[in-house]
Design a binder for this molecule. Structure first.
Ligand code: KG4
Ligand code: ZN
Length: 359
């Protein structure tokens, strides 16, 4: 069985073909994957403009799907498409396209949660991982911690109350004059800096969220305080150096600020991740999503996992940022569990993942 995956939840138009192998340990094989990035369009605005994103998906989707089908040199038996969460106008482009194609070809349609896709990117890359696993999904829109006790079940343990880690990277990079997207720019700049030059605060939440009082909350994240601390530091240093409001700090200070910010983000993420690993007696640990491309996060996670003697799974760089291969893989997982949709499937900008819990 081959699944065509389609992903348009944010600023990448993506299509991919993934085939079932019949091997239980390594269930899926990637046949083709095409990603059309809109980053050059949004760079001019310093961030993603949702309306421009939706319009560009419309321009790109036919060519991207066609290319994936040609590269994969194969037909398909079902279509998996991201139905949420994400930018609703962007989601609707992929979803409408997938619905029309599934209807015209009489193949099943599978609506996939974007974060289930990021989690399954680990299995697509490495084969089935030892369970229970604790997986951190860390991207521009999400910072969420999941427990995977059985294949295809995703239990939310904690998530950010405000900014996602990638969003904090993007905003701090903008503040430091490093451009968009901020993650790779800070990652590069930080290598030249002293990560203890500025002691930014680490946020550790201990109380329930007032808006979600039924959730325990102690595994939640928050990055808006850190972002404000960086803003305050930059403002004070500009005043001390006699710089104008928009002037960049001298490059060595930018490097120190980037490195100090990055140390706090990485430690905050990994403290929570490994605390959950210990608490739940996990057999493996995973990190997925765009920020899992971060070099310091990868290195520090590898050191901590080795110290605990637990296997760590990370996606390759191509599978860490948004792609449709992970959507096709998660779609195959769902298809085998009987979870398919139909023409009534709708885009949901805030789709919860616990829909996919085992019944
Ligand atoms: O998963 P993704 O491609 O899209 C979303 O679903 O949001 O993640 C994009 C995010 C952006 O915020 C980008 O700055 C961040 O991933 N990112 C990184 C790195 N590469 C991408 N953050 C830190 N270090 C990196 N090397
Ligand atoms: Zn993503």
């Amino acid at each position: 069985m081959v699944v065509l995956g389609i992903e348009t939840s944010c600023d990448e138009t993506a299509a991919a073909l993934v085939e079932e192998t019949g091997d239980a340990g390594r269930p899926w094989r990637l046949l083709s994957s095409v990603v059309a990035s809109q980053v050059e369009i949004h760079r001019a605005w310093g961030g993603i403009v949702p309306e421009l994103s939706a319009r560009q998906h419309i321009r790109d989707i036919c060519g991207v799907v066609e290319r994936a089908l040609l590269d994969g040199a194969s037909g398909y038996d079902a279509i998996a498409v991201t139905s949420g969460p994400g930018l609703v106008g962007s989601l609707l482009v992929g979803l409408s396209f997938a619905k029309a194609l599934a209807w015209s070809r009489s193949v099943p349609l599978i609506g996939v949660h974007h974060l289930a896709g990021h989690i399954e990117s680990l299995v697509l890359e490495h084969g089935e991982v030892p369970l229970p696993a604790i997986v951190l999904v860390v991207s521009g829109g999400h910072t969420s911690l999941y427990r995977v006790a059985t294949p295809g079940s995703y239990e939310l343990l904690g998530r950010t109350r405000d900014d996602a880690a990638g969003e904090a990277y993007d905003k701090v990079a903008k503040l430091l004059g490093l451009g968009y997207p901020g993650g790779p720019a800070i990652d590069r700049m930080a290598t030249a800096g002293n990560d203890r030059a500025i002691l930014f605060p680490k946020t550790r939440l201990t109380h329930a969220d007032r808006n979600q009082p039924h959730l325990p909350g102690r595994r939640d994240f928050s990055f808006s305080g850190l972002k404000t601390a960086v803003l305050r530091h930059v403002t004070v240093r500009r005043a001390e150096l006699g710089l104008a409001a928009d002037d960049p700090l001298p490059p060595p200070e930018v490097a120190d600020t980037a490195a100090s910010f990055q140390r706090v983000v990485v430690e905050t993420l990994l403290d929570q991740l490994f605390d959950a690993v210990r608490w739940f007696g996990a057999q493996s640990v995973g990190i997925a999503g765009g920020v899992s491309a971060n070099s310091r996060l990868r290195e520090t996670a590898a050191t901590r996992a080795a110290a605990r003697g637990i296997p760590l799974y990370l996606p390759s760089l191509a599978l860490s940022t948004d792609n449709a291969a992970m959507i096709a893989a998660a779609g195959l997982r769902q298809y085998r569990r009987g979870l398919t949709g139909g023409v009534e499937l709708n885009a949901d900008a805030a789709l919860p993942l616990n829909d996919h819990r085992p019944s």
